[in-house]
Design a protein around this ligand. Structure first.
Ligand code: NAD
Length: 243
């Protein structure tokens, strides 16, 4: 209880706060995570759906999977955890940065503006050859066009997300690292903390002197390092920290 009190006080007093979120924060909105029981990787092979090689082998099948996830995400709504972080941003202003591994756009829909999307967005497609990027059409339309072509050069379009083995969007990691290295309080919410380089942001903050808070119902490689690890869901945990 004392620790929770201290964490709340630290958050209140901090001018610089950095938050990293993962799939767990969107689980209460009905979007499956990757690695939990019932998570996406239990039913789909990562190599087939989230690698450039998988896309090259069967682009239509990969687009079908993304169209299915896109539809589910469009139907989902931000939950109170997303809203609490948007509120925290309004309180802290320029000293706040939210870094997310999620591709669902739910933070922005909850009102967050200072967001770095490390793994891209499921709401966009980009050309496999040139620089063309576009918003996806409505899910029903996408489902009937599973080999979308670039209007500029005619090459195949792909989801504008980061797959395993690919580089992060230019500048995204640098912004995230700068925020975590200078944060007084760093929070890591709903991520298994096993995918690099996102996983190392918590460590970076801690080594630079931040007060590190983790919110996750399960232990992660970050748990032992955290000053406070709340073993609960994002909605409950963030409410206790921020309400
Ligand atoms: P992950 O699937 O590896 O881990 C999810 C974590 O969330 C687990 O540690 C789990 O214990 C925790 N969790 C489960 N329910 C929770 C809850 N209610 N509140 C808080 N935590 C909860 O997810 P990750 O670490 O984000 O893995 C990274 C990859 O997953 C990223 O590449 C990301 O793009 C992708 N992903 C994104 C979405 C999305 O955009 N919503 C969904 C699935 C996967």
């Amino acid at each position: 209880m004392e620790r929770l009190k201290e964490a709340r006080e630290r958050i209140r007093a901090a001018r610089r706060v950095a938050v990293l979120t993962g799939a767990g924060i969107s689980a209460p909105s009905g979007i499956p995570t990757f690695r939990d029981p019932g998570g996406l990787w239990k039913n789909f092979r990562l190599e087939d759906y989230a690698t450039p090689e998988g896309f090259k082998k069967n682009p239509e099948e990969v687009w079908r999977w993304y169209a299915w996830r896109y539809k589910k995400i469009r139907e989902a709504k931000p939950n109170p955890a997303h809203h609490l972080l948007a509120e925290l941003e309004r309180e802290k202003g320029e000293g706040f940065l939210l870094v997310t591994q999620n591709i669902d756009g739910l933070h922005q829909r909850a009102g967050s503006e200072r967001v770095v999307e490390l793994h891209g967005s499921i709401h966009r497609a980009r050309c496999t050859v040139c620089d063309f990027r576009t918003e996806l059409p409505a899910p029903e339309k996408l489902e009937n066009h599973l080999q979308p072509k670039c209007p500029m050069c005619g090459a195949l379009l792909r989801p504008d997300v980061v797959w395993f083995g690919e580089y992060l969007p230019p500048g995204a990691l640098e912004m995230a690292q700068t925020a975590f290295a200078s944060a007084e309080v760093a929070m890591v919410v709903g991520t298994s903390a096993v995918v690099e380089p996102a996983a190392s942001l918590g460590r970076l903050a801690k080594h630079a002197g931040a007060y590190l808070i983790e919110v996750n119902p399960e232990n992660t490689p970050l748990t032992l390092l955290a000053d406070l690890a709340l073993r609960e869901g994002a909605v409950e945990g963030l409410a206790r920290l921020l309400r």
